[in-house]
Design a protein around this ligand. Structure first.
Ligand SMILES: Cc1cc2nc3c(=O)[nH]c(=O)nc-3n(C[C@H](O)[C@H](O)[C@H](O)COP(=O)(O)O)c2cc1C
Length: 344
């Protein structure tokens, strides 16, 4: 569906999947867009001021279209007992890192409305959402402002709801995908449908384009996505090893050493299912009582930061998808070219 790529303003059907955290880098987003893909900034953890600064940096590097991604706000409760129990489970890890057991910060997440206001002001070509349905009013407002709006679905019911809200296209996130599960209906982790099964079901169920995500890391994955009926593909994990991606050395080394059996789904770091490499932290907290997302994310953040500084991969959230062993260090532009060639 060439028309959709034209709407996105990109010559190739390669989207860099939004990745909040260390990979939310202006250099990486700009490199992908410059190479003819759609760079996307995972902005969920960025304050409005930081978001402005990173987008200014992207725009200093490229004139081409790019996207910004936010998490739809989730309802959550602060259960004091669970918070204390989780802090106790963090204690030995804090001790090993030589940092205090983290206290609950005043704010556990960025203010979505404040982030959204900045996104609207910055007016990127694409605005995408995970963890929910932005709803018809917001989608229409963004459309009226000229944005292309993408929603994330992990099952058909979510995709139909997002389509009814008016999004331009749906990212079909299969269970192979790295990072947090982006869905919002049913069980918190979603139904864990693989990309191979999910994409054609969404293609059959929807009239809007489907963007395949999850497990696509090379030209063969792109060919498969096209064969399944996708209009484009979104690639995350493979871009983690791009030369422009500023990962901490411990994270990068862990990714380079991992095999296909090292991948796991864990709630241990954030309270919400996410795919990454298993390590001592995910194993130790596998049965921990967890407060609602984003409380564990806020509580574990100082530990993760200390672990990155100290090179302790066993206490880092090593988000990555199942196709990680297919990824190789290379310039982002080269990866975009190789992926685009696979589409044919
Ligand atoms: C490090 C990392 C961070 C991620 N952060 C986000 C995010 O902020 N928003 C989002 O919609 N998806 C996020 N994801 C999921 C990706 O957008 C995408 O669905 C996934 O990377 C595709 O599968 P792949 O990793 O196998 O390429 C993240 C994935 C990774 C690996």
């Amino acid at each position: 569906m060439k028309g959709f790529l034209q709407k996105l303003g990109i010559p190739t059907p390669v989207l860099m999947a939004p990745m909040a955290g260390e990979a939310a880098s202006a250099a990486l987003v700009a490199a992908v867009s410059e190479a003819g893909g759609l760079g996307q900034l995972g902005a969920a953890y960025l304050s409005p001021a930081r978001l402005r600064a990173v987008v200014a940096d992207i725009r200093a590097r490229t004139q081409r279209p790019f996207g910004i991604n936010l998490f739809c706000p989730l309802r959550w409760q602060a259960d004091a007992g669970r918070i204390e129990a989780y802090r106790q489970r963090l204690a030995p890890h804090a001790q090993a890192l030589g940092v205090p057991v983290p206290e609950l910060p005043a704010a556990c997440e960025e203010d979505f409305e404040a982030q959204l206001a900045v996104v609207r002001e910055l007016a990127p070509a694409v605005v995408s959402f995970a963890f929910g349905d932005p709803g018809p009013a917001l989608v229409q407002a963004l459309r009226d402002e000229g944005r292309i709006v993408l929603g994330t679905a992990t099952q058909t019911s979510e995709a139909l709801q997002l389509q009814a809200s008016g999004v331009h296209a749906i990212v079909a996130q299969g269970s192979e995908a790295g990072g947090h599960r982006g869905g919002f209906l049913g069980r918190p982790e979603g139904a864990l449908i693989g990309t191979m099964a999910l994409v054609p079901q969404l293609v059959d169920a929807l009239y809007v384009p489907v963007i395949a995500a999850g497990g696509i890391a090379d030209a063969r994955g792109m060919a498969a996505a096209r064969a399944l009926g996708a209009t484009a593909a979104a690639v995350g994990t493979a871009f983690l090893l791009a030369e422009e991606c500023p990962l901490s050395p411990a994270y990068r080394d862990a990714l380079l050493q991992a095999g296909d059996a090292d991948s796991t789904l864990t709630r241990a770091f954030s309270g919400r299912e996410a795919r990454g490499l298993a390590n001592a932290f995910t194993r130790d907290l596998a049965d921990a009582p967890l407060p609602d997302f984003p409380i564990p994310n806020a509580l574990s953040r100082p530990l993760r930061q200390a672990a990155a500084t100290q090179g302790q991969a066993d206490r880092l959230s090593l988000w990555a998808g199942q196709a990680l062993p297919l990824a190789r260090p290379k310039p982002a532009a080269q990866l975009v070219r190789e992926l685009a060639a696979g589409w044919g």
